[in-house]
Design a protein around this ligand. Sequence first.
Ligand code: HPA
Length: 273
Amino acid sequence: MTGDLRTMIREAADFLHANGVGEADTGLILGTGLNDYSDCIEDPVIIPYSEIPHMDPGKVEGHRGQLIYGKRRGKNVVILAGRYHYYESADIRITSFPARVLAALGIKRMIITNAAGCVNSSWKAGQLMLIRDHINLSGQNPLIGPNLDEFGTRFPDMTYTYSAELREKIIKKAAAAGVVLTEGVYTMMSGPSFETPAEIRMIRTIGGDAVGMSSVPEAIIAAHAGLEVVGISLLTNMAAGILDQPLTGEEVTEAGRQAEAAFAKVVDIALEV
Ligand code: HPA
């Protein structure tokens, strides 16, 4: 991705405004295998990434490559159904561009979802985890480069990224709706190879409960822009070395399908609270 980032963000946001995307309260990024949530949006305006200036269509299985604008639970929502993982391009600007565009649209809250491996050995695959904090082991940061002062400061604080107050409300409501939601620390690795068992032991030792290949760049962009952040991980599989079996991409998408109903409940709650 080359060119002036500020201009590219503006051109993408202007295009969306000119094509039916209006005021929005909340941005929602749907992770691998979780894109079907966007089917519940009322009066959707659906725009393929391929039409949006400076966004190229993602190609990962389980992702739609569409921006969807509409209403859900009384909120105006902009959904990114599909993301550009860092491992696809090794260009963090491409990875973080859609989140930058969401911030430019004026949202107040960003709900970030993902499929992740379960590192915490007392939990089970299929569980949902609310992200309490993250560890960035990707070796990248989307804010590297000239700071865009109109979004936020050069050195943004990350202490309160995943609001404790929001988390408490979401967990209470999820419990009332019969969904078990644990809280934990998400760790980002670049991928695309899954981790080794030794890397998983290291992640557990440093305090990680889940591991994945996304979400942290978007959370950093959101924190920089002063947005509320809610992170939801579907723990699709036990991380490498916990069970004596290999990991596959298929089990990740299949677990997404199985957890669809519980996932949708938690996203609805995160929209409402
Ligand atoms: N590791 C990294 N990313 C993942 C995993 C995993 O085990 N499962 C789903 N995304």
